[in-house]
Design a protein around this ligand. Sequence first.
Ligand code: SF4
Ligand code: SF4
Length: 93
Amino acid sequence: MDEIKFNLKKLTHRAKGDTGDFITLNEEACNGCGMCELVCAATLWSMKGGKARLAPRYRELCFECAACWEICEREAIDFHYPAGGTGLVIEYG
Ligand code: SF4
Ligand code: SF4
């Protein structure tokens, strides 16, 4: 199958304004299974010391797809969309 590439930056922009922290991790609940790292297309999750770690710059890099929240069986990840009017804006499609 042919590989399909697209440039997300050309299809989106980031609205101005403070998104607030829209993803949080409950480290006590995390068992280090690595599923969030596996599923994140933006490669914002990594594992450190047996726990998930979210990239500090996630606010400006996250696709807001909520896949990490959906996949976490321990419900260690909390996701909600950024504060009204901020965050990722899809311009086409
Ligand atoms: S999917 Fe959940 S339990 Fe697994 S590493 Fe990520 S945060 Fe931790
Ligand atoms: S919402 Fe999507 S892009 Fe953002 S950290 Fe979670 S899996 Fe990655």
